[in-house]
Design a protein around this ligand. Structure first.
Ligand SMILES: C[S@@+](CC[C@H](N)C(=O)[O-])C[C@H]1O[C@@H](n2cnc3c(N)ncnc32)[C@H](O)[C@@H]1O
Length: 233
């Protein structure tokens, strides 16, 4: 990995939830297995990105590796990276248990991963970019853009706040209250931490950042505060 100047952002320092804590990682994995239909998520991402069995795919912020595992069955190779070594080790064990050898795991992130062998056909990231403040999001997106082949696709899914809200206090209170009712206290508490300490940005800023680095946004889907962007280089 290359040396960075002292002013460079330390993306390995955890913001919000500490994903270097094994207990957090195990709990996260269990929660996600319960709450999400990962098979379905992976299938729709694969179709959106038109992933082929000759493709090389990069997943940034892989977490416990669920998406990387599902995608690896449909492409030539997946490089899965995360700034949390605990997450990477957890995902590696999962891949080994499933005898999946097509995934290369690296303990690195948006701002530090040095790709050296080939540009990617597709880059995917879910629920990870909000860990960076906006200026560093732009730097991260520039790096994603550079790592893609010409015509390559970028799929970004993250918490992005709508900008047309009159009263943000009531808006966030309502989100937390609804989550308590629908999925319980733990996720509601995690969401409070997210709003307070992590760096989710506003929709117009995210679109501006994507366009400013050169991406063509092919589609945006937003479901309240969860947004998905399909972009092309
Ligand atoms: C909420 S989890 C999402 C994990 C997985 N993508 C998913 O959808 O379940 C956020 C992940 O992003 C990772 N992360 C945080 N900052 C990052 C960065 N700068 N680069 C890469 N990964 C990062 C965290 O370590 C954590 O594993």
């Amino acid at each position: 990995m290359s040396q960075h100047p002292r002013w460079y952002y330390n993306e390995f320092k955890q913001t919000g939830i500490d994903y270097t804590d094994l207990k957090e990682v195990q709990a996260y994995d269990l929660r996600m297995q319960k709450l999400r239909d990962i098979e379905n998520e992976a299938n729709s991402i694969r179709k959106l990105l038109n992933i082929k069995n000759t493709d090389a795919v990069l997943e940034i912020g892989t977490g416990t590796g669920e998406l990387a595992l599902k995608l690896s069955a449909h492409c030539r190779k997946v490089v899965a990276i995360d700034v949390s070594r605990t997450m990477i080790n957890f995902a590696k064990v999962k891949a080994e248990n499933q005898k999946e050898a097509k995934i290369q795991f690296h303990n690195a992130g948006f701002l530090t991963y040095d790709y050296c062998d080939e540009p990617f056909d597709a880059v995917v990231t879910q629920l990870a970019l909000h860990h960076l403040p906006d200026y560093w999001k732009m730097m991260a997106l520039r790096r994603v853009y550079r790592m893609l082949k010409e015509g390559g696709k970028f799929y970004l899914r993250d918490v992005v706040f709508p900008s047309m809200i009159q009263d943000y206090d009531s808006y966030f209170d309502e989100i937390v209250t609804q989550l308590k009712k629908s999925v319980g206290n733990e996720i509601a508490k995690e969401t409070e931490t997210h709003i307070r300490e992590e760096f989710s940005t506003l929709d117009w800023i995210m679109e501006g950042l994507l366009k400013s680095v050169g991406f063509h946004i092919e589609s945006v889907k937003s479901d309240g505060f969860m947004a998905c962007y399909l972009c092309k280089k």
